[in-house]
Design a protein. Structure first.
Length: 212
């Protein structure tokens, strides 16, 4: 069994300490950091993402797998930075103003990080202006808005409007999600993409960033 397979399998089981040790071992053996990341850590998170889509694993398993991945990435960060390895793309994510729910948002964040995206988490109760200012300051490719209340969905329309006013609509994609959100609502407000689950959101974000 290759060390990459070992990393992937331990990550899927949420064995954070084992993942960290294996990543350290792989790095000590001189394996490239970018390869350890893609063949070991991200490969493991991809499996978890697919299983989550099919309801074969649930939120707790995703959380422990993401924790294991973060520990592994922590080991590689200095080397990745040194080698100039860039993220697939950059996303800012938050639950919209007036809404304090964050479980869905956190899952999307983990799945996106698991696909190699850099994610700036703005937290909950995020004003439309904050999404736009962050996207401009951090040069984000995508703004992701989450809402769990029907009363806060309209804030998403405001985010789209503010992006247009700021002149960034041609280069920043806007993704929306949350229990009451639908495809037709996404179209109605002029956003770019609605997905019904976290794994699909991560896939869509990667497709936007890579032009796939």
């Amino acid at each position: 069994m290759s060390i990459y397979t070992e990393i992937s399998e331990n990550l899927q089981k949420g064995k954070a300490r084992a993942v960290k040790a294996l990543v350290e071992q792989a790095a000590a053996e001189g394996l490239p950091a970018a390869e350890i990341l893609s063949e070991g850590l991200l490969a493991g998170m991809n499996v978890i993402g697919e299983k989550f889509k099919k309801n074969e694993v649930y939120v707790p398993e995703v959380l422990v797998a993401a924790r294991a991945m973060n520990m592994g990435v922590g080991v590689l960060k200095p080397q990745l930075a040194e080698n100039g390895v860039k993220a697939v793309g950059k996303v800012c994510i938050g639950t919209v103003q007036g809404d304090l729910h964050d479980i869905g948002k956190n899952l999307v964040k983990m799945m996106m990080e698991g696909k190699g995206l850099e994610v700036i988490d703005l937290g909950t109760d995020v004003a439309p202006e904050t999404f736009i200012e962050t996207a401009i300051r951090e040069n984000c490719d995508i703004i992701c808005c989450s809402a769990l209340l029907t009363t806060t969905m309209e804030v998403m329309a405001e985010v789209v409007k503010k992006a247009e006013e700021a002149g960034i609509r041609d280069r920043v994609r806007i993704m929306v999600g949350g229990a009451p959100v639908t495809d037709s609502f996404c179209e109605q407000i002029g956003a770019d993409k609605y997905t019904s689950d976290a794994a699909s959101a991560a896939d869509a974000a990667v497709a936007f960033c890579t032009g796939a």
